[in-house]
Structure formats: C-alpha cells, structure tokens
Design a protein around this ligand. Structure first.
Ligand SMILES: [Zn+2]
Length: 302
C-alpha cells in the first residue's frame, strides 16, 4: 500500500520554470538535468515497487531528521520482518569502480560517492528509529536502475543492485510473505508525521520578477506559446498545442511557485502570461481551478 506518493521537488519545478524564463549557467543546467534524471529514476523504481504483493507500506521520497541532521531516503518499504530503505541512482553510461569511488569512464570525473551517502543515511535512520523508540531491522540498498548503466570492476556487495539485477531483487522481495500489524502502522505514522517539507529555495539561482521573461512557455521545448484559435495556444517552435485554460492554470502555478508572495488575480496573471488573452478568459480559468479569496473589492485566488 502506497502511503506517500512522489512529486517533483520544488527545486526541480522552480528550475524547470526558470529554464524557460532566464539564462541558466552551465552548472545550474547540470544541476537541473541531474534533478530531472534523479526524478525519472525514482519514478521508474516506484513503478516496480507498486507491483509488490502482500501487505507492505511504501513511503516514497522521505526527508527525515536525526541527530539534528537531515537525511533523505528515496523509498521506504515496510514489510513484516524488515524495513527496506532504498536509494535510487539513475546514472547512465559507463562508469568505473576504483578504491571505493565511482568515476565516469570517458572523462574520469569522480562522482559524488553514493556509498558515503548510503552509510550516512543508514547511520542516521537507525539513530532516528532509536530516538523514536522503534525497534525494527533495516536493510539499506543502493539501486542503479538505468538500463544503460554499466559499472566496471563492480564490487561484490549485496547492498548494491545493478540494473541487470533489479528485477530479481524485486522478485526476491515479493516472494517474502508479509503481514503487517499495529506496530508497523505506528511506525508508518511516525515516519509520515516527521517527514519534512523539502522546499529548499537556497540552491536556486537568484531571480527577480522584473528580471525574468513573462509569457506562457511550451512544456516540451520551452518556447513561447501564442494564440492559435478560440480554445488553443500553439508553440511557436514545435507546434505543440495546449488548451488555453490548461496553459493559464499551469502558468498560474508557476507564478505561485516562483513568487509565493504575489497574489493571484486577473491582473497579476494577465501581466505574467502576456498572451493577449481577454480578462474574461483569465477570470474563467481562475474561477474554475482556484478558490476565491478576499472580498469583492480585493478578490484573489488560491
Ligand atoms: Zn514547443
């Protein structure tokens, strides 16, 4: 049973939106593509874990704290006899394992050590369980699930699952019978209650309302969208069409995300979208998809 779904992180959504609206530096683009790949890999893993039979609780994308340190676990799968804590790495291409580190094969670039992260999370999660007087066995696993991932000189280590072993790893987990009781429920509830809000704006580039481009941008290629007919917008570059209503709501959500302090009104959304649509069109979309707040003179939407 899935108790916590995964959603795109605030950082990923903000950067994705900013990517259309300003010039990101190379390192910001690299960070964005890492976030995108990471999310893709986690979603791919979720599809497998969703198929698990028997009674299990699945909690995705958890941010917890122990010892006054934050730590993240991509997937926690609670079964009768064990908690599986899983870190997903969606590396693509050829890598080399050397002296406990991973390097890209082509350029020799040393990757951020996933085992260090794993050991840290392992230590902190066990600490967390002790702090909460929870007595469970935990198994940590690092899953490399990109189908095109190769690790030369890979260590023989059961806590590392390579893409060719993922199906067997899941099948093995699935074959373990599992009946959950109140203790597991309590554990899951404590985890859910202590899960922290991951919105962290600090890693984002500095941006201002005045400094970024306004408009409605294509979801696929990030180019500007223009009116096509009464109901649709069209991308000036790739020709993708989108329902006007849909595009307005999407842009309104971007405005809320990038500038939480700006109130959503017909005027602010008009200025933000600059798509040459009538106030009535904006009003209809806001009324349909957002909640009306304030009084008749100062109406805004949430
Ligand atoms: Zn496009």
């Amino acid at each position: 049973m899935n108790l916590k779904e995964r959603t795109e992180s605030v950082a990923l959504r903000c950067l994705g939106s900013l990517n259309a609206r300003m010039e990101l530096s190379e390192s910001e683009k690299f960070y964005l593509s890492n976030l995108e790949a990471g999310f893709e890999g986690e979603v791919a893993f979720d599809k497998l874990s969703a198929k698990l039979k028997e009674e299990r609780y699945i909690l995705n994308d958890m941010l917890l704290e122990a010892n006054r340190s934050d730590f993240q676990i991509d997937s926690i799968i609670i079964s009768e006899g064990i908690i599986d804590a899983i870190d997903v790495k969606y590396f693509k291409g050829d890598y080399v394992w050397k002296d406990g580190e991973i390097y890209t094969r082509q350029t020799g670039y040393k990757c951020k050590n996933p085992f260090e992260q794993l050991n840290r999370s392992n230590y902190l999660f066990n600490q967390y369980l002790r702090e909460n007087k929870l007595n469970f066995l935990v198994r940590f696993t690092l899953v490399f699930n990109h189908p095109e991932f190769t690790l030369y000189n890979a260590p023989e280590d059961d806590s590392i699952i390579l893409s060719t072993q993922v199906n067997r790893f899941m099948a093995e987990m699935d074959s373990r019978p599992s009946k959950l009781h109140d203790g597991h429920k309590k554990l899951a509830n404590i985890l859910l209650t202590s899960n922290k809000d991951g919105s962290n704006y600090s890693k984002l580039p500095a941006y201002t309302y005045e400094g970024i481009k306004k408009g409605i941008f294509c979801e696929k290629c990030l180019s500007k969208m223009n009116t096509f007919n009464k109901h649709f917008l069209i991308c000036s570059n790739c020709g993708r069409q989108e329902k006007i209503e849909n595009a307005i709501v999407r842009s309104a959500n971007e405005l809320k995300l990038l500038f939480p302090e700006i109130k959503l009104t017909v005027q602010t959304i008009n200025e933000w979208c600059r798509a040459g649509l009538s106030s009535r069109t904006y009003l209809r979309a806001l009324q349909k998809y957002f909640r009306v707040m304030g009084n008749s003179k100062n109406t805004y939407y949430e």
